[in-house]
Design a protein around this ligand. Structure first.
Ligand SMILES: C[S@@+](CC[C@H](N)C(=O)[O-])C[C@H]1O[C@@H](n2cnc3c(N)ncnc32)[C@H](O)[C@@H]1O
Length: 293
């Protein structure tokens, strides 16, 4: 499996690992995160309030409104890539979409399907690697949606963009909001904003050891993960290369997860650096693109 680690124990070290081996290691880690995230994601509000949608989807639908035919997803076929335990997927269903949720984790999909069933929502779930999604998912879509914590897990964005282009109908819309690649270079444990990690892709994975997930909860045993940094230019150029037209590129200082213990809550589930530092680094980026009609 070609595992040539510079320093076996150093967090963020560049390593040579082939996609199948890196992906398999990540899958074990994601499977273990599922019960932890079921406890930490705040699922009860979905049960208590039949109108409740996740703050991520609420914010994304507001950003998407002007790019959708009737300003919303009601009646649209939506494919949600890397849907995890389905909190955003059921939110899209509650907004009226016919949704297909895609993930490579059987435990995540079982959890998501259980939640949808409990809430009385009809959602199609597909277990596949996102890099093979076009072949695994039936039909085509008005909107392909993916958000927050997605592309860092993928080695090949050209292949990713090709799946998206293949899943979209002519005239269909693609939406991504994710952690900004600049944010992911910053040392979360430093007392001030310090760039520590690689920004550009170099063909190598970064190896990480994390005892806890970003949502907290209990300790993981499968602590090792691999991530592939992708600069913003790579994201945009992969989508253009797959034939999509760029409609919008945005950057924001707010982030819907706590990247660093120095981050403070700024409302509606969002976190940010302390005041005075927020104009120094972006926290998320958003891209809206369209498949030509
Ligand atoms: C941080 S979650 C993103 C979803 C959403 N932001 C959330 O928190 O519910 C990342 C998801 O990507 C999935 N994933 C990671 N690598 C994948 C791959 N190669 N193919 C499909 N899913 C993958 C994981 O199983 C996980 O459910």
């Amino acid at each position: 499996m070609g595992h040539d680690i510079e320093n076996e124990n150093s967090d963020g070290a560049d390593v040579t690992i082939d996609w199948d081996a890196g992906r398999a290691t990540n899958l074990v880690n994601w499977e273990e995160r599922v019960p932890i995230h079921e406890g930490a994601y705040g699922i009860d509000p979905f049960r208590v309030d039949p109108m409740h949608v996740s703050s991520v989807v609420r914010s994304d639908l507001a950003a998407l409104a002007r790019f959708l035919p009737d300003g919303g997803v009601s009646g649209l076929d939506v494919c949600h890539l890397q849907c995890h335990i389905g909190t955003d997927t059921v939110s899209l269903a509650r907004a009226g979409a016919r949704v297909t949720g895609v993930d490579f984790s059987p435990a995540a999909l079982a959890s998501a399907a259980g939640l949808a069933e409990e809430l009385g929502l009809e959602v199609t779930w597909v277990e596949t690697d996102v890099l093979e999604a076009r072949a695994a998912v039936r039909g085509d879509f008005d909107l392909v949606y993916t958000s927050i914590g997605t592309i860092c897990w993928l080695d090949d964005l050209d292949r990713w963009a090709a799946q998206i282009a293949g899943l979209l109908r002519p005239g269909g819309t693609f939406y991504i909001r994710d952690s900004h690649p600049v944010l992911l270079t910053i040392d979360p444990d430093a007392a001030e904003l310090v760039q520590r990690d690689r920004y550009f892709a170099n063909g190598l994975a970064q190896q990480w050891f994390g005892e806890y997930t970003y949502a907290g909860g209990t300790k993981l045993t499968a602590t090792r993960t691999y991530e592939w940094p992708h600069p913003l230019s790579e994201v945009v150029n992969a989508l253009i290369g797959a034939g999509l037209e760029l409609l919008r590129l945005d950057e924001d200082w707010r982030l819907p997860w706590k990247f660093s213990s120095r981050m403070v809550e700024v409302g509606d589930g969002d976190w940010a650096w302390p005041e005075g530092e927020r104009d120094r680094s972006p926290a998320t980026f958003t891209v809206v693109a369209r498949k030509p009609a």
